[in-house]
Design a protein around this ligand. Sequence first.
Ligand SMILES: *Cc1c(COP(=O)(O)O)cnc(C)c1O
Length: 355
Amino acid sequence: MINNLIRPEFKTFVPYTANQVPYRVKLDANESPFDLPMSVRKKLADIIMNGPGLNLYPDTESIELRKTLSQYWGVDMEGIVVGTGSDQLIQVLVNTFVGKDDKVIFPTPSFGMYKIDTIIGGGSFIEVELKEENKFEYNIDEFIKKAKSESAKMIILCNPNNPTGNLLSLKDIEKICSMCQNTVIVLDEAYAEFAKESSASLLPKFENLIVLRTLSKAYGLAGIRCGYSLSGNKMAEEINKVKPPYNISSLSQLVAKLVFEAREEIDSQIKYLIGQRAYLEEELEKIDSVNVYPSGANYILVKLPNAKSVAKELEKRGILIRSYNDPVLSRYIRITVGNKEQNDILLKELKDIVK
Ligand SMILES: *Cc1c(COP(=O)(O)O)cnc(C)c1O
């Protein structure tokens, strides 16, 4: 009976699950190896001991957090919307702009939620293939051409792209924003702290641009579920009409603000991880039969023979990395950059498996 009641487009969906096996080293979800800074823990403990006010609903507008973010970015707080992870904002954005039969364009391979959220929202999608033979590089002209010929409502670009790690240039982003002024351009910058530049500098120029950021990756706060969008104020006003009320818990808002104020520590963590990325790339390249893709993020895509069975064998040895069922990506694994100790364990075991 239920099977006949569910919307037909969801019949083939499977619930999202995460690998729950016991592990020694977790390098499968692009999380930070750094837990909450000690200085932040102390402040948080103090607040909790002195009445955190959890009997009340949170600030539905996340004013304090948005003030902190607005100072950091030098933009009006009216242009910032906070979400339960940037995941929630992707869905909110699709629901804000994409109606029945409206078209959304995004790359493949890329982050899986773009497609799922478009289907849930009732829109239709067009995937632009990032070609393996071009090392998965973006060809921005293809996106522009498709957007025009299909009168797309929205284009979602992931920069750096997950899982391939490659980057779009600021020039390409500027080009697509100016060539597609009747299309909402969403730039998912979940990993931009590990790259050189953010497209946020383009926001004053383009009303159609929305930049998504998250605290889950470089900020080490995947556990609090907090992300935000940067855009012009008019755009944010429309997004706020669709954003669920009270979507960020008081504790998440508080921790996010405290961590943002402890930026120096976060900045040195980011520097450290960029160094570890170079180390890991270099060491992986020394392994015969392993092909390393350059990355602007905190993960590295690696092509190797029998990727699936290598992933299984790593898991048996307590090391989690990401593998794929997709036909192209099934020959790859994605390794999150961990701390030196984690990276060395991974390298040792991987060398042992593929030798
Ligand atoms: C991890 C990730 C996100 C989502 O992060 P949240 O935890 O929901 O903030 C968004 N986009 C990409 C590409 C990601 O990899």
